[in-house]
Design a protein around this ligand. Structure first.
Ligand code: AHG
Ligand code: MN
Ligand code: MN
Length: 336
């Protein structure tokens, strides 16, 4: 696939369509539509300091968090793009209480639903630090020709047909998987296209970066506290102490660890026994990507992709990254 390097996202999607037996091109078109919406959001993110899109809008989202103007903008861009696409019958967004169903004849016939965190890392928007978008795509379980239903969204992560993210960083990248490896595309602003830059991404089995909000140290279970002390011990053989890296934008922390090897943890805390991150919009798509690149994602007891969601905005603890690092955390948890 290395000889595909440099080809555009659309070209790549078309070439890979033959990976799927009986593919009708619907998923391919849907992925292209997500790429276009990402470019539109990227345009706004890039000029955020110049126009009046910084700051909060004074509203609180369904998670009880203050919505930023760009949260709302990104959310409406993705909903608008996917409503018009014709392949999608409904969406669930971190920013919206209930599922959004699309009622045109074309959309009701759509075979797919999308779960999205339109802007991840909201607290970093105003300070010019990398932020992202995270998405996942499922085949609907309800009948085509009708409105989407909650059951379409409450599927185990293992049922995803695609998962991905966009990182609006020093360059903008789109990384996704359809279950046949992970590929990354960098936006070339001069031609306005995502071009294949990272073919067949593989996460190193071991790493020496750890990402966790250590300010919450005393709120974590003892096993996690002991793990943090372990990573800080001096042992050149195991490359400890590990380097601490925490941006506070999950996408950016995850992306770095995917490329360089590392682990990201957002465990349960005393006041948030289910952690903070959302299963549908954050944990599942990244778990799909990490597994497809050779890594692991767990909630501290179970594989993330096996969890059956009960509610749309369900939260989950998340431990994700290089396989041997995730296994090490699990040793600490199991020996508790
Ligand atoms: P979002 O901006 O979509 O609400 O997500 C924020 C998440 C995630 O991106 C980040 O890793 C985490 O919240 C940071 O939380 P803390 O500030 O509690 O560390
Ligand atoms: Mn998020
Ligand atoms: Mn968000």
């Amino acid at each position: 696939m290395d000889n595909y390097l440099g080809i555009t996202l659309n070209e790549f999607i078309i070439r890979r369509q033959s990976d799927f037996k009986y593919a009708t091109g619907e998923l391919s078109r849907l992925l292209s539509h997500i790429g276009v919406a990402a470019k539109i959001v990227n345009r706004e993110v890039n000029k955020a300091g110049l126009v009046d899109v910084l700051g909060d809008v004074g509203t609180i989202n369904t998670q009880g968090e203050a919505q930023q103007k760009l949260d709302v903008y990104a959310d409406s861009q993705f909903i608008h793009a996917l409503r018009a696409s014709g392949e999608v019958c409904g969406m669930a967004s971190e920013e919206v209480d209930d599922i959004v169903t699309f009622d045109s004849i074309l959309a009701k016939d759509g075979n797919y639903i999308v779960c999205i965190d339109p802007l991840d890392g909201s607290s970093n928007i105003d300070v010019n630090v990398s932020i992202g978008t995270i998405f996942s795509i499922y085949r609907r379980v309800s009948q085509r020709g009708h409105l989407a239903e909650n059951a379409d969204f409450l599927q185990e992560g293992i049922k995803q047909v695609a998962g991905g993210y966009v990182i609006y960083g020093s360059s903008t990248m789109l990384v996704y998987t359809t279950g046949k490896g992970v590929n990354g595309f960098t936006l070339d602003p001069s031609i306005g296209e995502f071009c294949l830059s990272h073919a067949n991404l593989v996460i190193p089995e071991n790493g020496s970066l750890y990402s966790i909000n250590e300010g919450y140290m005393r709120k974590f279970d003892e096993s996690i506290q002991r793990y943090i002390k372990y990573v800080q011990e001096i042992d050149p053989e195991t490359k400890r102490p590990y380097k601490a890296r925490y941006i506070g934008s999950l996408v950016a922390d995850f992306h770095r660890n995917l490329l360089n090897g590392g682990i990201y943890l957002y465990p349960a805390t005393q006041d948030q026994p289910n952690g903070k991150l959302r299963l549908l919009y954050e944990a599942n798509p990244l778990a799909f990507i990490v597994e497809q690149s050779g890594g692991m994602a767990v909630d501290g007891a179970n594989r993330i992709l096996d969890l059956k969601p009960n509610t749309l905005h369900q939260r989950t603890p998340l431990i994700i990254g290089s396989t041997n690092m995730v296994k090490k955390v699990m040793e600490f948890i199991e020996n508790d």
